[in-house]
Design a protein. Structure first.
Length: 813
């Protein structure tokens, strides 16, 4: 298989063919006076700049004339770049202006620019402002990027106006006498779902920035000192009904810390968070997990989301590992002495600080260094006499990530990344290294990717503390070729990892010891036809096997279709057919054992209606079945209602029922026990938000999750992967699991970059082996269970050196 794949690579078209059209040119003019950012464009200085006027539709009718006229001008001075945009509109009273929080996707017109300040096609700064005045910013490589910049909008008889002031400190660029940046300008007319672009990008291309225009005219700009600090103070109060002698039901605390951002030079930035507080971070949607794999949650902590693009190279860094549940958290419950109770067992390791340095050199070399430290974390147990002892659950740990990423041509790059964990108290140290190259030939139609990864786990000898006596070395490699441009696209993939490959210390991999081959073909219609605006269909073949045994673990065909109708109804559906039985080495939870999964068919159909309307509806149905009478049916429904431009609410219901589900139950000495069970789950979620104004909001997130399982039969797992029923096996393994969450958030951005957050949280989790079949009885039992209530207040104040310097000059004057 590898030889055939290499022959295919040799046939890969690496010749440099094709040529790019000359890019469009925009010119920025140095301002002799500073325009006021008021959304008016009244200053004469704006007339000195030549406007951009040639815009064309990207959506819905590609390359058609824009439905409304647009004019955009650029000015700059020693402090900032200024953008003035006049969006003409024949019906200004029909401009959609929904309010929302910063960075939200809103049902509103917007105007935006994209700046590739290095002109390398690898990244860009994106600044957008809605007609309602809400700002949205990001980078192509970092959706969480937030900068402090000014904007103002106004609606008048001609349409609407947007003004922006983006300080040089919000950007990164190379110091040179003249600057030439990649530029894209676009506007959304929401009521007609029209997206217009100044530099029209062809449909079906991956590296869109290769088709952008250029911004000329910037000269003699000195990159300013980029230094900002955001001190914060937080206070919290918690209540949980322990109702135990000597243990208070209340806990409280006050803490403070600081986030610091320093521009080392024009290309590199140092970020640091000291004694961070995450008490106001959104709650995770916890579930009962019956699978062999851990539950994966999204990162919600801002420091671990912003500016992390470089550190995601190789996909070996999972930021939720830092500050995770302590490694020895569960050991406390089995290590209690007689008469002892748990007084405190923190579910998160204490993060002392985290810092990162990242950026790019003039030669397009990206360099990143990330480091985080967690302190010793202890559980506290008390006995009946009031004595207490501390038990270590997570030792002092240092986490480090170092990465180099050399940009080649547009979107091509080669990288090297290393992650390292160093632990005290004799626990394992871990090290992972990955390197790879992604290459796009000149026409940008084809790409080639090659990656290799090594994992090392250093086990320590208890008799010789801190002496590394054993190393488990694992590897993973990946090869892929793909056609990524045009109506017809394809890809071919080979991925292999040995049985020792393990990056779970600071990364995430659920499987190892496998070889995976995958081939995909896709055809897309980008132009409207019949009732469709867009339509695509793809077919993927997957063949996977156990590397050490050669046994099949998956052989499947997946058919997927995705279409948008002219009324903006979006439908996506698919069928995943397992072609043969497969060996499942993970469900038995026992090394070397496997379960023979029967052939299976999975189908789904989902839809999403037009979000322009005050009422929108998403939903879908999923159905799964196999040749041994297993069935699973899942229904989802999600209505979204905009009561006004200020108030929005949505409800989500997900209901699932599985019959004759087969899964792991327990181990009895050398025997692996499986069970046949009926599983039912229901999840209700309510999300609502009221905007008092653009920078002041009240949000509610309420979630109820109910999962129950009833066992019917029990089996021994045989050596050949089959099941042998045994009626003598028993044990009450039924479960009735509930989670109830409430997050109520008041948020006020009282100054740019400065926030006041007040969060109330309610959390209930309970589990019993007695199943309650009535929804209302179950809900009543849940709300009567012990619940954790918390109130947190967090105040952040943003201080920028350039702003302080300006204020000082005013005072001295």
């Amino acid at each position: 298989m590898l030889q055939r794949f290499c022959l295919l690579l040799l046939a890969f078209p690496l010749a440099l063919f094709g040529s790019d059209p000359d890019p469009k040119i925009a010119v920025a003019v140095r301002a002799i006076e500073t325009p006021e950012i008021d959304g008016k464009l009244n200053e004469i200085i704006w007339m000195h700049a030549e406007p951009l006027t040639e815009f064309h539709q990207y959506e819905p009718f590609f390359n058609a004339t824009a439905g409304q006229k647009t004019e955009v001008r650029f000015l700059y001075d020693d402090k900032a770049i200024y953008i003035g945009a006049r969006m003409y509109d024949n019906s200004p009273d029909s401009i959609l202006i929904q309010l929302g929080n910063r960075d939200d996707e809103l049902n509103s017109d917007y105007f935006g620019i994209q700046l590739d300040t290095y002109s390398n096609g690898l990244d860009a700064f994106i600044f957008e402002v809605y007609a309602s005045g809400v700002q949205r910013d990001r980078r192509r490589s970092d959706e969480t990027f937030n900068a402090v910049w000014e904007s103002a909008v106004s609606i008048d008889s001609l349409g609407w106006v947007a003004e922006m002031r983006i300080p040089w400190s919000a950007l990164r660029f190379v110091a040179s006498e003249k600057q030439i940046w990649g530029l894209q300008v676009q506007r959304s007319i929401r009521r007609s779902r029209e997206l217009i672009q100044w530099a029209l990008v062809p449909k079906g291309v991956l590296n869109t920035s290769a088709y952008w225009g250029k911004l000329h005219g910037l000269s003699n700009i000195d990159p300013p000192l980029r230094l900002s600090v955001t001190p914060f103070i937080s206070a919290h109060l918690e209540h949980y009904p322990y109702n135990l002698t000597g243990i208070s039901n209340f806990s409280e605390g006050v803490s403070g810390g600081m986030d610091l951002k320093y521009g080392i030079n024009e290309g590199f930035t140092f970020d640091m968070t000291l004694m961070p507080d995450f008490s106001t971070v959104a709650t995770d949607s916890e579930i009962k997990n019956l699978t062999a794999f851990e539950t994966v949650y999204d990162e919600k902590r801002s420091f671990f989301k912003e500016g992390m693009d470089l550190f995601m190279k190789g996909n070996i860094f999972y930021t939720r590992r830092i500050g995770r549940r302590p490694l020895l958290h569960a050991n406390i419950y089995t290590g209690l002495k007689e008469g002892e109770v748990i007084y405190k067992n923190p579910d998160k390791a204490q993060l002392i600080n985290a810092a990162k340095v990242s950026g790019r050199t003039n030669s397009n070399l990206g360099i990143g260094v990330f480091n985080a430290i967690t302190a010793n974390t202890y559980a506290i147990v008390k006995d009946s006499a009031g004595s207490q002892r501390n038990i270590l659950t997570e030792p002092f740990t240092n986490y480090n990530v170092t990465v180099l990423d050399q940009g080649l041509n547009v979107n091509s790059s080669v990288y090297l990344i290393n992650t390292n964990i160093t632990r005290s108290h004799g626990l394992n140290n871990e090290n992972v290294t990955a390197s790879g190259i992604t290459y796009f030939e000149r026409s940008k139609r084809y790409s080639f990717t090659m990656e290799g990864k090594l994992s090392q786990i250093f086990a320590k000898n208890d008799n010789e503390q801190n002496k590394q006596v054993k190393m488990d070395l694992g590897y993973n490699y990946n090869l892929e070729i793909a056609k990524v441009k045009g109506n017809f696209q394809f890809s071919a993939l080979l991925n292999a990892m040995d049985k020792n490959y393990n990056i779970n210390g600071l990364g995430l991999n659920h499987r190892n010891d496998q070889i995976n081959n995958e081939a995909m073909i896709r055809y897309s219609f980008y132009e409207p036809f019949w009732q469709f605006l867009h339509w695509s269909v793809s077919l993927t073949f997957t063949n996977s096997s156990r590397m050490s045994t050669g046994k099949n673990t998956e052989r499947s065909l997946f058919l997927f279709t995705n279409s948008t109708f002219k009324n903006y109804l979006w439908i996506f559906a698919g069928v995943d057919q397992k072609l043969t039985k497969s060996h499942d080495y993970y469900e038995p939870r026992t090394a070397g054992r496997y379960y023979m999964n029967p052939r299976e068919t999975y189908t789904f159909f989902n839809f999403s209606s037009d979000y322009r309307k005050p009422f929108a509806l998403d939903g879908g149905i999923e159905y799964k079945m196999n040749e041994e009478d297993y069935t699973e049916t899942t229904l989802t429904i999600n209505p979204i209602v905009r009561f006004s431009r200020r108030f929005t609410a949505q409800y989500s219901l997900r209901y699932s029922i599985q019959k004759n589900n087969i899964g792991f139950v327990d181990r009895l000495e050398d025997d692996v026990i499986f069970g046949n069970r009926e599983l039912k789950s229901i999840e209700n979620v309510i999300i609502s938000r009221y905007m008092f104004r653009n920078n002041l909001s009240l949000s509610l997130w309420l979630r109820q999750y109910w999962f129950r399982g009833a066992y019917n039969k029990f089996f021994y797992l045989c050596e050949n992967g089959s099941l042998l029923q045994n009626d003598d096996l028993n044990g009450f393994h039924d479960f009735n699991f509930n989670v109830l969450n409430v997050d109520l958030l008041f948020e006020w951005e009282f100054l740019p970059g400065s926030n006041l957050e007040i969060v109330f949280k309610n959390f209930i989790m309970n589990e019993d082996n007695i199943i309650v079949n009535n929804f209302f009885d179950n809900f009543n039992n849940t709300i009567k269970s012990p619940q954790l209530n918390s109130l947190a207040v967090r105040l952040l104040y943003y201080l920028d050196y350039q702003m302080l310097k300006k204020d000082k000059k005013i005072i001295n004057a």
